[in-house]
Write a protein that binds this ligand. Structure first.
Ligand SMILES: [Cu+2]
Length: 422
């Protein structure tokens, strides 16, 4: 080694030493922590296109998908202005991050998203391990003497073929999660498809009070399901809710005459339709529930249902649906339906192909062009909530011409629906 190389080496050693000694300790610790954390690749960041803007899980240090769900209670507003007390799952504001144990009402309001029914979907990938931690924060809006306080909860992964240790049935063999405790379910999905999670403690009361959410398992990182390509997808969760039963749980912790349990709300994604088309809580003003589609596109609809006894008869006007999968399994051959019955626990995946409008010109009466058509529960009980019609499980297809590039100043999603614009 010549002299100039030796001098150069000494200079490098000296500069590294100076750099390290002058860096604040906390900055070094932050750098070390950042290096340990799994960072999402650009491809993975773009997964929100595949999850339809649903929040992705976090990545643990070992690359495992991590979700932290929190059980809590709260109110949801219905289209008649009523606030209905519910309990269910939620997560940190804007993410599924761990925000530690949450015990007080103030912590719930500060750290967590307000409770939703159903709660937000979780997206998993075939063959990729996921750790789903459930934290029981207790009840915060129930009467202090109600028996619903301090109850335990679980997650049952409905439709996933799992071992008993992560099946979520209390004490078979794992005890349910008590208030202010947490438990981690570690699962690796085997099959793609549409599934759901729900509590399995006192299932009748806990599920119907609001403890359920969609689970969507992807085969890969593209917009395909069961091998079929699609352009857009919507998850429509049909469910029943009894405000009377929920109120009794909130006040006393027990529903009187459970055999007489009767839904007074029939919901799609936790909302009802109402004749006020501008109502912000109506199904059709929810970008996740109003089916927007464009000419030449293929739309995947994932139907799910949960309830006490209602069978939803989903009927889109103007379209037949191609059924591609039942209960998370691809059908060997598809079939077409325009009225599809779905009841508690079932998932049905269908494709709707929006044709090339010009190809329909021969038929002036065929409803295969741009425009709005409704899709509703044809078991008409499900179109009546709190005695009012049409207030229930109804959404619309809003079919438009070929998609134009959105202008930056025009919000595309979340904009109130205005039927006069169409
Ligand atoms: Cu529960």
């Amino acid at each position: 080694m010549n002299v100039s190389k030796l001098i150069g080496l000494a200079a490098i050693v000296l500069s590294v030493g100076i750099k390290a000694s002058f860096l604040p300790q906390n900055l070094l610790a932050e750098e070390a922590k950042a290096a340990e954390e799994w960072s999402l690749s650009q491809e993975e960041k773009e997964l929100v296109n595949v999850t339809n803007d649903d929040i992705l899980g976090e990545r643990g240090k070992d690359g495992v998908w991590e979700f932290h769900l929190y059980t809590t209670d709260g109110y949801i507003e219905m289209t008649n202005g009523d606030l209905v007390w519910v309990f269910g799952y939620t997560h940190a504001k804007g993410s599924f991050k761990d925000v530690g144990e949450v015990k007080t009402k103030e912590q719930v309001e500060q750290l967590l998203e307000p409770v939703k029914v159903p709660s937000d979907p979780i997206h998993l990938f075939v063959g990729e391990k996921a750790r789903i931690t459930l934290h029981n924060t207790g009840m915060h809006y129930a009467d202090e003497h109600s028996g619903i306080n301090h109850v335990a909860h679980t997650i049952h992964f409905h439709g996933l073929d799992l071992t008993p240790s992560v099946d979520g049935v209390p004490s078979l063999p794992v005890d349910p999660i008590l208030e202010h405790q947490a438990f981690t379910y570690e699962i690796t999905p085997q099959y793609e498809g549409s599934f759901m999670g729900h509590c399995h403690v006192d299932s009748f009361n806990h599920i119907l009070a609001g403890m359920y959410f969609p689970i969507i398992i992807h085969q890969d990182r593209t917009k395909t399901a069961y091998g079929y390509k699609y352009d857009r997808d919507y998850t429509l969760f049909f469910s029943e809710l009894s405000s009377t039963a929920n109120e009794q749980l909130q006040d006393a912790g027990v529903v009187h005459g459970l055999q007489d349990w009767k839904a007074d709300y029939f919901l799609i994604n936790g909302r009802t339709f109402t004749d006020n088309l501008y109502h912000p809580r109506s199904v059709i003003n929810d970008p996740r529930s109003r089916i927007v589609a464009h000419e030449d596109e293929t739309v995947l609809l994932r139907f799910m249902a949960i309830g006490a006894d209602h069978v939803f008869a989903v009927h889109p006007h103007g379209y037949h649906m191609e059924v591609i999968a039942l209960d998370g399994r691809k059908l060997k051959s598809t079939y077409e339906k325009d009225t599809l019955c779905i009841t508690s626990g079932e998932r049905i995946d269908v494709l709707v192909k929006i044709p090339h409008f010009a190809s329909q010109r021969k038929c002036l009466s065929c409803n295969l062009g741009a425009g709005i058509t409704i899709m509703h529960d044809h078991n008409l009980r499900g179109m009546v909530s709190t005695g009012k019609y049409p207030m229930g499980a109804l959404t619309i297809f809003d079919v438009q011409g070929k998609e134009k590039a959105p202008q930056p100043e025009q919000p595309v999603k979340g904009k109130p629906y205005n039927p006069l614009e169409h």
